[in-house]
Design a protein around this ligand. Sequence first.
Ligand SMILES: [Zn+2]
Length: 350
Amino acid sequence: MSDIKSLLEKLSNAHGISGWEGSIQQIVKEEIAPYVDEIRLDKLGNLIATKKGVAPSIMIEAHADEIGLMVKHVDEKGFLRFIRIGGWFDQTLLNQRVIIHTRSGPITGVIGCKPPHVMKDEDRKKVVEAKDMFIDIGCISQKEVEDLGILPGTPVSIDRTFASLQGDRVTGKAFDNRAGLIVMIEALKRTKSKSTVYAVATVQEEVGLKGAKVAAYGLDPDVAIAADVTIPGDHPGIEKKDAPIEMGKGPVVVVADASGRGLIATPQVIEWLAGTAREFEIPIQLEASDGGTTDATAIYLTKSGIPTGVISVATRYIHSPVEVLCISDIEKAADLMARCLETAGRYFKN
Ligand SMILES: [Zn+2]
C-alpha cells in the first residue's frame, strides 16, 4: 500500500469531531515531527508546527475536524437525543452506526427512528429529520447511560472504516478533511523550501472556520495555502455545468468559492499556484464555485490581509461516511504544495 493510502486509512478511521480533534492532532504530530523545528498547540487546540527559514513566511494548513454529533439529552428509557455538529444531510444520518466517545472509552450505538411500516403514507415519502432520530446504545434507563459517562456534550462520530474501491479509488468517512491534512503533511516531507513554513492542523472549520482565524492572526504569515476537498461533478445526479471538476484529473486550484462571498484569490496567488503547476508539469483544475468555502476565507481576511490560495482534492459524496477520492489526486496536490513552498520567494518579494 502506498504511504499516502495507509496514512489516509489511519486518519479516516480515527475520530475527531469539531472541538475534539486531539487524536487527529496526535497522528499529525507524529508524522511531521522529524521535518520541523518546533511543534505546539495553541489555546484553541490548533497544532502549529514551525520549520524555520527565510522570508517569505508561508502558512500551510488543513482542518483536522470532521462533522459529527453531540449528545443533547438522555431520556428515561436510555435513548439519546443529539445535536448536529457541522453540515449534515439528515437522510445520511438515519440508521448509521455511531461511536459515543466517553472519557472511559468508545461506546457503540445506532441511530434509529420510527420504522417505515408504521409511518403514514405521506410521511414515508419525506426525509426523516434529525430531530426525530435518536441514538440507541442498548441501555434501558437514563441512569444506566449516565453511569457510562455519557453526558450532554459527549461527542459522537460515525462508525465507518476505510475501504479500497477499484483502481486507486478509496472510500471512507472524514476524507473532508483528512485528505487535506495529508496534502499538508506530505508537502512538508517533500519540500526543499528555504522559507519559514508554518504547518497548521486547524480546529473547528466545519462550524465556522474558527481555528484558522486565530492561528492566522497569531502567526501573521506573508502568504498562505489551505488544503481541503471539493465537489466533483462526475457522477450521476450532478452535471458538469454545476460542478466541472473531475476526480482523478489532478489537484484543484480555487480561484473563487461560495460565489465570491467566500474566497476570491488575488491574481498574484493564482499566478503563484498555477505558474508553479505549469513549471513542474503538474496537471491542475481551476475552480470557480458557488458551493461552500474553506479556511482560506478566514485566513485572507486576517490583519491587513494575507494572500491565500487553496489546493483541493476532488472528493465525491462529501459530508457522508462514504466519501470517495483518487489517491493520485492527493499525491499530485502534495507535490504542488511542496513546489509552491519553494517558488513563493519568486512570487512574493518582501
Ligand atoms: Zn473541509
